[in-house]
Design a protein around this ligand. Sequence first.
Ligand code: SF4
Ligand code: SF4
Length: 364
Amino acid sequence: MDTQTPAEIPMHTEKKTFVRRLAPDRSQRIRLIVQGLFVILNGWLGIQFLLWVRYYERGGQGFSVARPAGADGWLPIAGLMNFKYFLVTGIVPAIHPAAMFLFVAFLLMSLFLKKAFCSWLCPVGTLSEYVWKLGQRIFGRSLRLPRWVDIPLRGLKYLLLSFFVFIIGAMSAEALQDFMHAPYGIIADVKMLNFFRTMGTTAAIVLMLLVFFSLLVKNFWCRYLCPYGALMGLVSLLSPVKIRRDADACIDCGKCARACPANLPVDHLVQVRSVECTGCMECVAVCATQDALQFSLPPRKALAPAERWRGRALSPLAVAAAMACIFFGVILYAKATGHWQTNLPREVYLELVPHANQAGHPGM
Ligand code: SF4
Ligand code: SF4
């Protein structure tokens, strides 16, 4: 998806003048802060959710906290099921509605800001990023797989995504409703927590292998295996905001391509359409040339680069603000319309949570 038409390949016949960028780049500092805040938010939700589960595991004894609906963000499959249910029936599902609203919020981000969800918010993406950066410190470099290995491996995430879309696409609204109202659907979040709390040997080995490969290859999980990222990447093709290079200002130093964690040939593209671009702005951060590279809307028709990008380029603060507006806007809407929480009687959880591991998949 990162090929380009001949018309996009600029011909560099004359030596261009280097104009140093006027303002220092702050994108990576701002992105780090956003990533950190989101990790803290998820940590806080995780602790609150664990306390909630422990309360019900003790039969309703001890310290009681409310179930954090935000923990539904860790149920992307429930999000997809609920979204389909909503599209078919027009009814907001009663079980894990927050999973659907968060799913929609992340889709909207991808629609407007490329796959920025992956590099700015997703805690797994954040973990992946710092694991490969650690790997670079340990081994001195990251491993770049040859194209004949890289391209088929990149297809794996689409296979996984197709599997889920096929299964959920084939389910009727009634089947989706039955699934979500079955004990398995109601406590899918508790089962997810228990998976990590009581991990078996096989799962632990798979996890360790993933960490090992993530040390060697940049964003191993995201690039090859994450079906959520695959979906966000496909939606991001529609994004009007993209990384765009101004061939007149660019001095062809190639720093942007070398910095790109997705290994995209940024220095040879006029705009980065690739599904692998996560809008991380690392390429923009290393570019020292004024107006050469921006995360922006299509340029104006103007002769001077400065004019072309005026009012079109997004600052990192604008990216962070746009993400915050989408994220909090969707949550506020869900809360205001009374569709954020799963409202089930306490007795249901008292019965189901302590026996979560016994709740079998409804289809099995
Ligand atoms: S970093 Fe990339 S966009 Fe910036 S001047 Fe160098 S080649 Fe051009
Ligand atoms: S470095 Fe630039 S081109 Fe590469 S993934 Fe990040 S934003 Fe996209």
